[in-house]
Design a protein around this ligand. Structure first.
Ligand code: GLY
Length: 409
């Protein structure tokens, strides 16, 4: 009997060991590939202050300056490479490119400062404890908080005059993406002890739960508020197929945003919201077998085609959005640790997705980005089926989370 038990224990140990080795090899292979691609990207930078964003139609790298909403993702990816590889070269490159964003700390022109600073300086602080980074993050949170309004009870996303393709002109547009910027506010309250930032984040998240979601927990892209009464003027899309369709990246931003709010506050209503959004994504009938969504969950569903269809590029291809998949993947690894009832399902889904992205979405047509097949803004015919820096950023974040979770098993 005792011998049988020893044999059984030995078999379990061998199986566990071989799983561990497989995970380790999987992570190492992907890190190596990412190092190769991002090394080429770093070498392609010709001018300080210019961040690789995507591949342009002429197949060259498209660069952006510090004020572009995607500017923080490239330094952030370099911080993740440093974390994944331990290689000091990545730390130096991450520091160098992060410092190019110092000048935006007082920028109040839109809500994106949360993305720009949390991904760059936020990761930088997490990995180095550099106190100067803390000051910049607090200043950034102060800038972001100037966009909060006590009547609408949300942070305004955009200032540019604009509206929808069917003629609605917005007054106070708030997009679901804005949930991502709240992380900067939580960080700043932790650093400064000033609860103002945290309170704004919580209020924004509560208002967004109330106003942004449909009964099935899919999210609208844009909610427009009346600046005098705070009432909702309408719910719309900007980057999705139509007002009532589900733009894939929007669902992913919502999932990530509420998972992060649940982690930061321990509030059960945020956790429940994240679980509902996760369930919407994971069980959507239009989700392809490899779990990488179409750019819009209704891209192939003609009943969702909008009145302005003639203004859209041809919808013959149902493009995937790998960026939505990477954001979902990173969020689900976190949610798997927060959700008592469904944690195992979320983990399994995220692990499968990470493998699928690594196997089928790695760049083959360019040497500067890790993944391809993302969609930036299809209705504007911009960045359709391209590599894009935020897909790489959240992919590397998912790899970090997967690595931490497998090594703690
Ligand atoms: N926040 C812009 C986007 O997701 O495209």
């Amino acid at each position: 009997m005792k011998q049988l038990f020893i044999l059984f224990a030995a078999i379990i140990l061998i199986v566990l060991q071989s799983c561990c080795n497989t995970d380790k090899a999987f992570i190492e292979d992907n890190v190596q590939f990412a190092e190769q691609q991002l090394n080429n990207a770093v070498n392609a930078i010709e001018k300080d202050g210019k961040f690789p964003r995507s591949i342009k139609k002429d197949r060259t790298v498209g660069f952006v300056g510090a004020y572009d909403w995607t500017s923080g993702f490239f330094p952030g990816s370099l911080w993740y490479l440093y974390e994944l590889s331990g290689n000091e070269q990545w730390k130096q490159e991450a520091q160098r490119t992060t410092h190019w964003l110092e000048k935006i700390q007082h920028f109040t022109g839109n809500h994106d400062i949360g993305f720009m600073l949390s991904c760059s300086y936020g990761n930088g602080f997490r990995l180095t404890n550099n106190p100067d980074y803390q000051t910049i993050l607090i200043n950034g949170a102060e800038s972001l908080s100037t966009r909060y309004d006590s009547i609408t009870k949300v942070i305004r996303s955009w200032d540019f005059k604009g509206g929808t393709k069917d003629g609605h002109v917005w007054q106070y547009p708030v997009i679901i993406d804005n949930m991502m910027n709240l992380e900067l506010l939580f960080l700043a309250s932790d650093f400064s002890g000033n609860e103002k930032y945290r309170n704004i984040a919580i209020q924004h998240a509560n208002t967004t739960i109330k106003n942004h979601f449909r009964d099935d927990f899919s999210t609208y892209h844009v909610v427009d508020y009346d600046t005098i009464s705070g009432a909702i003027r309408g719910r719309y899309t900007h980057q999705g197929l139509s007002h009532e369709s589900s733009w894939a990246r929007g669902q992913a931003w919502g999932l990530y945003g509420y998972t992060m709010c649940a982690r930061e506050t321990g509030d059960a209503s945020f956790l429940q919201q994240a679980e509902h959004i996760a369930d919407y994504i994971m069980h959507h009938p239009n989700l392809p077998a490899d779990k990488v969504p179409l750019w819009d969950y209704h891209a192939k569903d003609t009943t969702f085609y909008p009145t302005w269809i003639e203004k859209l590029p041809p919808l013959t291809e149902a493009w995937r959005d790998a960026s939505a998949a990477t954001i979902t993947c990173a969020a689900l690894f976190d949610l798997s640790q927060l959700s008592e009832t469904k944690g195992a399902d979320y983990y399994q889904f995220a692990e499968r997705l990470l493998h699928n992205l690594s196997q089928h979405y790695r760049s083959t047509s360019n040497k500067y980005f890790v993944l391809e097949h993302s969609v930036g803004n299809l209705p504007s015919n911009s960045e359709v089926d391209v590599p894009i820096n935020y897909a790489d950023y959240y992919y590397l974040e998912a790899l970090v989370k997967f690595k931490n979770l497998t090594s703690s098993k």
